[in-house]
Design a protein around this ligand. Structure first.
Ligand code: FES
Length: 192
């Protein structure tokens, strides 16, 4: 007589042994099992919440600050500069050191139109902005193009050792439209 095929395991029909299935409360689970699963879910949510808050707390120790390079630098001794425009700090500090008979000052190399860096054209004795054609004389005073005013000058002083100290964050402006001229203020130049 042919034998009837029998199920190999003792599982009930419709029962599953997968972990996902076992995580869900099953109508056949006892109340104790259901409570345990609920407690586990609550603790998981609680630890997740605390973990996120702890990470946010740690984030305060790493502020999104922009660390800019120092704006103060030593430019050497006045005797290091001869008359005229000196470009040795143009790349590193965006400045020209200008020595004239009786004074030395520092021009911040930024066009007052839209902020490009002008070129020093030694043959013509002018600064020329490549962006829109503004032109400045050898003291950085505009005379052509859309630039509205002369280029700014940086704070400059001589320290106790006799060296020139420049601060590019402190600017002196000459704005004829506003009736402001700070180029002769203390700190805008040093007598030499
Ligand atoms: S930025 Fe220099 S002329 Fe426009």
């Amino acid at each position: 007589m042919p034998e009837n095929p029998q199920p190999k395991s003792a599982e009930k029909p419709g029962a599953s042994s997968s972990p996902a299935a076992s995580a869900k409360p099953n109508s056949s689970d006892s109340p104790e099992v259901v409570n345990r699963q609920r407690r586990r879910l609550i603790w998981t949510c609680l630890w997740g919440y605390l973990g996120v808050n702890f990470l946010m707390f740690l984030r305060y120790f790493f502020p999104r600050a922009l660390f800019e390079p120092p704006t103060i630098y030593s430019a050497g001794y006045p005797a290091d500069f001869s008359l005229g425009i000196d470009q040795r700090f143009l790349q590193s500090e965006r400045c020209w050191v200008v020595r004239e008979p009786g004074r030395l000052f520092v021009i911040f190399a930024q066009c007052t139109h839209l902020g490009c860096t002008p070129d020093w054209e030694a043959a013509q004795n002018i600064f020329h902005c490549p962006c829109h054609g503004s032109e400045y004389d050898s003291e950085g005073v505009n005379f052509a193009g859309p630039a509205p005013r002369p280029m700014d000058r940086c704070y400059v002083q001589v320290d106790p050792s006799g060296q020139i100290v420049v601060d590019t964050s402190r600017r002196y402006i000459n704005d004829p439209a506003a009736g402001t001229n700070q180029f002769n203020d203390s700190g805008a130049f040093i007598p030499v």
